[in-house]
Ligand binder design. Sequence first.
Ligand code: MG
Length: 380
Amino acid sequence: MEKKRKISIIGSTGSIGTQALEVIEKLHDKFEIIALAGGSNVELLKKQAEKFRPKYVCHNANDKTSDGFSAKILYGEEGLEQICSNKENDIILISCSGKIGLKPTLKAIENGINIALANKETLVMAGDIVMKKAKEHGVKIIPVDSEHCAIHQCIKDISQVDKLIITASGGPFLHKSIDEMKKATVKEALSHPRWHMGKKITVDSATLMNKGLEIIEAHHLFGMDYDDIEVVIHPESIVHSAIEYKDGSVVAQLGLPSMHIPIQYAISYPERFEGIKSKSFSFAEAARLNFEKPDFEKFPALGLAYRAGRAGGTATVCLNAANEEAVYAFLEGKITLCQIVDITQKMLEEHKIIPNPSIDEIFEVDEEIREKTKELIRNL
Ligand code: MG
């Protein structure tokens, strides 16, 4: 019998985590789950543990409950570190959101465990450190984000690639006026036309900050200069991204917009299995694919992300932290959608960049910017 691939999931109760478990359920003869780590949704984690029978589960609910679990229980950040130090794992899927993903990722890399990476903050906050470490330990980082997964599939030899072309659906305000965007309600911002995702990333998709963060991720993952990373609006979300080779050949990856496909690719790489495939892709049914230039004036988050990325050091830490706090404030009705980027820009302008920060410095800056951003919002 073929050896099963041993996997742990950090963030199993989130949007990507639950979809990853759907993939693994379908491919139960290919994967064995070692550990499942959720946040505070203990009920869901319990259901997952009953179904998938991991050896370990980890949660960070205030009540350190172990009731009803047959697996060994671990708690909080320490639990995540234990999971990521377990060399039994062939691969770990980092699918939690937020900075909580960074330390477990580094731990797994130090232990030589390959990573399927869905957590944006890991590369946005500490891309230089993470990629350097991965190289030193011979660890593969396979991106789950659909755009980076697409690029990963297109690239044979990065030294022959001239340009990365990242597609963006454009979000719910693509063809709305700036005035309409200024008046946008939380509900409008959360109604993404193509993808169903968590709230934070859906708001980021409305401002295009999500694409901005993806530019920074792409820079680290593929070692490309910011000048050679382009964004193109593609509302249908069929072309997930593309690359242009030196000779002018453009290679793109296409498919129906479903996160099951990139998740499955990342955890199965370099193999491909017949997993969850709702239907075969039809060019005739897709009929028309549209592309347009992004509007940098209407979506200033894009330009801001390029600026932070080029500045390097802790600039991207600042961008990420300020944006995240501003998104939460928007979701709580404290600020408008357009203020998210205004506030982020202000924080970035005031930030004194540390050029080659250590992990500790990264977390310090992250905390500092979050506090300052909240203060700025309180005083508006
Ligand atoms: Mg994406």
